[in-house]
Design a protein around this ligand. Structure first.
Ligand SMILES: [Zn+2]
Ligand SMILES: [Zn+2]
Length: 351
């Protein structure tokens, strides 16, 4: 509850116990027993609308993020008194919100935290920030895989409980990681380059300029994943046909890799048998594999060529040819490698 006694002639405003003194242009306001001083510079016409506020850097910091509200109040208040009231309210809110964020926790907080880390084992602690608010803990699952938990601590926490909860969650994903680890070990994964534990997709090389992209469901890692082939039509079509024809061969007893081998009747090239360079699918125009975030997924359909290109590169190349033609967003031209007909569809990207 704010009580306002106004006595402008004498130059002070009493506000429910705390006083706010206006002395000439200097204004003192005390909020939560803290005293702040602001200076209000009024323009010639004494119009609040164009007034300027000056204050210490401490107050500035407290009011960071509230400038637009203060500015708006200045515009709408008819006189200095009502503005100062509004200002005080804004300041109170700003201070309250700041305190919630920055008030240091009581000493027991640190004592409890140290105790918990001690019983968890200091070797589990990977990182702690200077405020003792963010900590990273190591967690090893039953299969020996290392994980990292980042915890944003509130005033009350129980690290031991969190740690064991995390491990329990991690245990339920063991089968998924078994499946993914086998793929990472025994095949050439073209995408992503360094899969994280949370990555559910893999693009696996099948041969020169042909690969399969799979998406595994972490909750049902032994079910048939979503599959998508990348490569020239003449290579991809037979593979797709085999996948469709051999769907019944899928066995939940086997791993995803074994099932894929059986269904596609292929042996995936592995790091033991092949160099990665034998199917690095560099773009035939820019000679890079990755262009921004896209990979060369347009392939020349001529069986003797099969050269991959980035969509953007091929589009730009074909557009530059004197005898290419365009129909809507599809452009027709010739492969820069073998001169056989090639088309590319340009999907319009939002930039
Ligand atoms: Zn390219
Ligand atoms: Zn070609």
């Amino acid at each position: 509850m704010l009580h306002l006694e106004c006595c402008e002639q004498e130059g002070y405003i009493g506000l429910g116990g705390s006083t706010m003194l206006i002395h000439k242009n200097d204004t003192r306001t005390s909020v939560e027993d803290k005293e702040f001083r602001i200076r209000i510079l009024l323009p010639e016409q004494k119009c609040l609308r164009n007034a300027r506020l000056q204050c210490s850097w401490q107050l500035k910091q407290v009011l960071r993020g509230y400038q637009h509200i203060i500015k708006q109040r200045l515009q709408h208040c008819s006189n200095l008194v009502s503005f100062m009231l509004e200002f005080k309210t804004v300041l109170e809110i700003a201070l309250r919100n700041k305190n919630d964020l920055t008030a240091p926790p009581p000493p027991q907080y640190y004592a409890q935290l140290i105790k918990e880390i001690e019983s968890l084992g200091w070797d589990k602690l990977a990182y702690m920030d200077a405020e003792f608010r963010t900590i990273k803990l190591k967690a090893e699952d039953s299969a020996g895989r290392e994980h990292m938990i980042t915890i944003k601590l509130k005033s009350k926490s129980c690290l031991i409980h969190l740690h064991s909860q995390f491990l329990a969650a991690v245990e339920s994903l063991q089968e998924f990681w078994d499946v993914m680890d086998e793929i990472d070990e025994k095949t050439w994964v073209l995408e992503p380059e360094k899969p994280a534990r949370a990555t559910t997709t893999r693009r696996i090389a099948i041969g020169n300029n042909v690969s399969i992209n799979i998406e595994v469901d972490p909750r049902h890692p032994k079910m048939l994943p979503e599959c998508c082939f990348l490569g020239a039509d003449h290579v991809v079509t037979p593979l797709r046909n085999k996948l469709n024809a051999n769907m019944h061969l899928w066995s939940p007893e086997c791993t995803v890799l074994q099932n894929l081998k059986d269904m596609l009747e292929v042996d995936f090239p592995s790091p033991d048998s092949h160099e990665k360079s034998s199917f690095s699918m560099e773009c035939g125009i820019c000679y890079a594999y990755r262009l921004a975030s896209s990979i060369p997924d347009q392939v020349c359909d001529d069986p003797r060529c099969g050269q991959p290109f980035h969509q953007e590169c091929l589009y730009e190349w074909l557009r530059g040819l004197p005898h290419s033609r365009q129909s809507f967003n599809v452009i027709f031209g010739e492969c820069p490698y073998c001169n056989k007909p090639i088309t590319v569809k340009m999907t319009i990207k939002k930039s």
